[in-house]
Ligand binder design. Structure first.
Ligand code: COA
Length: 150
C-alpha cells in the first residue's frame, strides 16, 4: 500500500466498516513503516491489510475486502498473505481483535487457525455505547511442523 492507493482504500473502508479508519490513520501506518498490502484484481484495488510488527509478534490492524467482492476467498488470501509477510519478518505469534458482532471475520480467523485468548471489555465504539473485542492469536509454526505426513 502506498499513499497513492489511499483514495481507493478509503472508498472501500468507508463502505466496509460501520466505524471506519480515517485516511490519517492509514497515512500514519505507512509513515511508521508498518507492512501494508493491497489486493488487486486487474486494475482494481479490492482489499487491503495492515500489520504492525514488534520483535517476534505481529498484530493484524486491518484486513478488509470491498463489499462487492466479499465471499470469494479474497479475505482468506489477504490474511494468508499477511501471515507470509509476518513469517518473513521472523514473527512467531500473530494477534488480532475482532468484534463479537462480526461473524464472517470470526469464522475466517477460526478457520485459519486463530484461537480466542481473551476479551477487551468495551474496546470498540458502537452505535449504542461500546462493544467488547475478542482477542485472537495464532502461533506460526515452522512450515515443516504444519505439514503432517498423511
Ligand atoms: C472479514 C472479511 C475480510 C472476509 O473476507 P471475504 O473475502 O468475504 O472472505 P472469504 O471469501 O475469503 O471467506 C473466508 C471464510 O470466511 C468465513 N466467511 C466469510 N464470509 C462469511 C459470512 N458472510 N458468514 C460467515 N462466514 C463467512 C467463512 O469461513 C469463509 O470460508 P468458506 O468460504 O470456506 O466458508 C470481509 O468480510 C470484510 O472485509 N469485512 C469488512 C471488514 C472487516 O470486518 N474486517 C475484519 C475486521 S476484524
Amino acid at each position: 500500500m502506498r499513499d497513492a492507493d489511499l483514495d481507493e482504500v478509503m472508498r472501500i473502508e468507508l463502505r466496509a466498516y460501520p466505524f471506519p479508519w480515517t485516511i490519517g490513520i492509514f497515512r500514519d501506518c505507512l509513515r511508521a513503516g508498518y507492512p501494508a498490502w493491497v489486493l488487486e484484481a486487474g486494475p482494481r484495488l479490492i482489499g487491503y491489510g495492515v500489520l504492525s510488527v514488534a520483535a517476534d509478534e505481529a498484530h493484524v490492524l486491518n484486513v478488509c475486502v470491498d463489499p462487492d467482492d466479499q465471499g470469494q476467498g479474497h479475505g482468506r488470501r489477504l490474511l494468508r498473505g499477511l501471515e507470509r509477510v509476518a513469517r518473513g519478518l521472523g514473527v512467531q505469534r500473530v494477534f488480532l481483535e475482532v468484534r463479537p458482532s462480526n461473524p464472517a471475520a470470526i469464522a475466517l480467523y477460526h478457520d485459519e487457525g486463530f484461537n480466542e485468548i481473551g476479551r477487551r471489555p468495551r474496546y470498540y465504539p458502537a452505535h449504542e455505547g461500546r462493544e467488547d473485542a475478542i482477542v485472537m492469536a495464532k502461533e506460526l509454526l515452522p512450515d515443516a511442523l504444519t505439514r503432517m505426513p498423511s
